[in-house]
Write a protein that binds this ligand. Structure first.
Ligand SMILES: Nc1ncnc2c1ncn2[C@@H]1O[C@H](COP(=O)(O)OP(=O)(O)OP(=O)(O)O)[C@@H](O)[C@H]1O
Ligand SMILES: [Mg+2]
Length: 353
């Protein structure tokens, strides 16, 4: 069942268009992340959902009800925005209780809800502290509790972890996932960190220049990117530009370009320009050309980056093109200048788009 429906939404700031015909259909209880580079329109879309900015065109519905024109208060969405800080003079209890007091709940109801939320974010023992007496991660968890305490249907998060260090970010990602799982609330999270997006989301909307490039699971985005932008932005990739040409022996279509020829054997008579993607982990680095029919590209090692479990290599192909590949690093690392073969099966190469 679809809960939040964004249909053909546009947004202008004066003459600047920040969103172009954005449409997304988000299921009830889904964890969706808006992922994109700086300026791609993520915060703008979230502000439209929150009701802080008015859409210049298009419609937003929640459970079939048109909320496009509704004021923020009437939407009843939970918000964790940058700069949407805790009240510094209030204790943790009072910060979390605030949205309930605004909603005129009784004192007992408030206290019981506050305690439930503190248990959820595992901060019960900090109930009487002020924000200044908490770490950055703990403050964010209080902000999360405050945003969820009135049981909103939808929680909007704008880069809630951007100010935290890597370790805390990962902890809070786990926490968010657990909380999402236990509540069943629809979460819409904004980030420009593709790892964070992949770790947490049911689906990811990749944004670029105010447009949705692709809305899919992390797996589909990574293995079957719909555009070159997505292939580049989500994970590391090697992209070869070329064309689809009639295959050898008249069997389907093959790829040729950028110093590469790959027997794809794709169906269809249509040929034309194409981008072929090979992820660095799909290349196997070997010292001799394989005899098993896989494609082998002669390459020279330019640089290696060792990370314990593996090494990332920058290499150069015979035509001068650079390419990256991961190698196992249990027994050693290829030195700079080493001559190797990058081997792959045609099924490891993916057409982009
Ligand atoms: N109030 C505003 N007035 C004019 N232009 C704006 C306004 N807010 C945002 N923009 C423009 O709209 C575009 C999208 O901005 P937005 O803040 O949505 O990007 P973002 O994806 O959230 O970026 P970041 O990752 O840096 O937070 C940008 O080009 C920005 O300059
Ligand atoms: Mg932003």
């Amino acid at each position: 069942m679809s809960s939040l429906e964004i249909s053909n939404v546009n947004k202008f700031y004066g003459p600047t268009q920040a969103l172009f015909d954005v449409s997304l259909s988000i299921g009830k209880g889904e964890f969706v992340t808006l992922l994109g580079p700086s300026g791609s329109g993520k915060t703008t879309l979230l502000k439209l959902l929150a009701g802080f900015e008015a859409a210049s065109g298009g419609r937003i519905t929640l459970g079939g009800r048109d909320i496009t024109e509704l004021k923020p208060e009437a939407r009843n969405f939970g918000l964790v925005f940058q700069g949407y800080a805790l009240f510094p003079h209030m204790t943790v209890r009072d910060n979390i209780a605030y949205p309930l007091k605004v909603r005129r709940m009784t004192r007992d109801q408030v206290e019981s809800r506050v305690r439930d939320m503190l248990e959820l974010v595992q901060l019960t023992r900090f109930i009487d502290r002020r924000p200044s007496e908490l770490s950055g991660g703990q403050q964010q968890r209080v902000a999360l509790a405050r945003a969820l305490v009135f049981k909103p249907e939808v929680l909007l998060l704008d880069e809630p972890m951007s100010a935290l260090d890597k370790k805390l970010r990962v902890d809070l990602q786990e926490e968010l996932r657990r909380i999402h799982h236990s509540l069943g609330t629809t979460f819409i999270n904004v980030t420009h960190d593709q790892e964070e997006a992949m770790h947490m989301s049911d689906r990811i909307a990749v944004m670029n220049h105010g447009r949705i490039e692709q809305f899919d699971t992390a797996f589909t985005l990574y293995r079957h990117p719909a555009s070159r932008f997505v292939a580049d932005f989500v994970g590391k990739s090697n992209i070869f530009s070329g064309e689809l040409v009639p295959g050898a022996g008249g069997q389907g279509l093959d790829f040729r370009g950028d110093g590469l020829e790959v027997r794809l054997g794709l169906p269809g008579p249509a040929a034309g320009k194409a981008d072929l993607m090979i992820r660095p982990e799909d290349l196997s680095i070997e010292t001799a050309a394989p005899a098993d029919g896989r494609t082998a590209l002669a390459a020279e090692v330019l640089q290696s980056t060792y990370s314990g479990d593996r090494a990332l290599y920058a290499l150069k192909l015979a035509n001068g093109r650079e390419i990256s590949a991961y190698g196992a690093a249990r027994t050693g690392i290829y030195p700079e200048g080493a001559k190797v073969f990058l081997c792959f099966a045609p099924s490891d190469a993916t057409l982009v788009g």
